[in-house]
Design a protein around this ligand. Structure first.
Ligand SMILES: NC(=O)c1ccc[n+]([C@@H]2O[C@H](COP(=O)([O-])OP(=O)(O)OC[C@H]3O[C@@H](n4cnc5c(N)ncnc54)[C@H](OP(=O)(O)O)[C@@H]3O)[C@@H](O)[C@H]2O)c1
Length: 237
């Protein structure tokens, strides 16, 4: 691994963004499993956690699918000393909001993402989601973005975030959201940790859904290793 300053330089967003720029973070076992016992924790390591935290530290907004937020017990992003220092140095807000993608508006106003957070969460949902659920979330202090009908149109959603000044987007999955981002050609960077583990079983892979017309070509931008874990960064060419 490299020191924190080098790490920040490697993983920082491009300067002067005039659109949403989307980085996606995942950890996978060497045999391609995205979970162990339904969660990602069993695949992670201290170095992977460092990269994950850095993703939050450098972003304007954390984008996550409802399935991940629910299964991983998401709450608002916490303030830490390192986070505060990194963000202040870049003129970013104290903590990034979490934007949760949920076409059906599955999240309720009593979710810890709404009740345990320093900044209001953003709910990215659709015209077809029940109006009462959308209203209850807005009432509870969440910001509700309607982007598309049926499924969330991710291009519209990212434009809506960029319009709010949220251009550095750190997507923390999960596989359904990542698959949709790939299908819409909206992935600028993938930060993938490969854990030296064989998980077997029936766990899914890091992206699922309708494939794009052709696989997106990425370039390998950096490779770090720590304790047998491989931290890969792929950038769109
Ligand atoms: N290893 C890792 O790094 C990692 C990272 C993240 C997640 N995970 C694991 O992945 C699993 C969850 O997988 P998942 O595929 O269910 O995750 P997901 O993509 O976070 O959640 C899927 C849900 O998010 C909403 N959604 C996502 N994209 C949407 C779109 N374009 N339009 C409308 N709604 C959209 C839908 O919610 P509604 O049904 O409410 O409409 C959908 O049911 C968990 O076990 C989690 O632990 C692993």
């Amino acid at each position: 691994m490299v020191d924190d300053t080098e790490l920040e330089a490697l993983y920082d967003y491009p300067a002067d963004l005039d659109r949403a720029w989307t980085q996606v973070n995942f950890v996978s076992s060497a045999d391609g499993a995205v979970t162990v016992d339904g969660k990602s924790a069993g695949l992670s390591s201290p170095a992977d956690k460092k990269i994950f935290a850095l993703g939050r530290d450098l972003a304007d907004v954390v984008l996550v699918g409802w399935g991940t937020a629910r299964d991983e017990g998401y709450r608002g992003v916490k303030r830490t000393e390192v986070r505060a220092r990194r963000r202040a140095a870049r003129g970013l807000s104290e903590v990034p909001p979490i934007a949760v993608v949920t076409g059906r508006c599955s999240i309720g106003p009593d979710s810890p993402m709404v009740t345990d957070t320093l900044v209001p969460p953003i709910i990215v949902t659709t015209e077809s989601a029940p109006a009462t659920r959308r209203a209850a979330l807005a009432e509870a202090g969440a910001e509700v973005i309607v982007a598309g009908d049926g499924r969330v149109d991710l291009a519209i959603a990212l434009r809506a975030l960029a319009d709010r000044g949220l251009r550095r987007v750190c997507c923390e999955g999960g596989p359904t959201l990542f698959g949709d981002l790939i299908a819409a050609d909206l992935v600028d960077q993938l930060c993938l940790t490969v854990a030296p583990l064989l998980a077997g079983g029936r766990a899914g892979r890091i992206a699922v859904g309708t494939p794009p017309a052709a696989p997106a070509r990425m370039e390998l931008a950096s490779v770090l290793t720590d304790d047998g874990f491989l931290m890969l960064r792929y950038r769109k060419t």
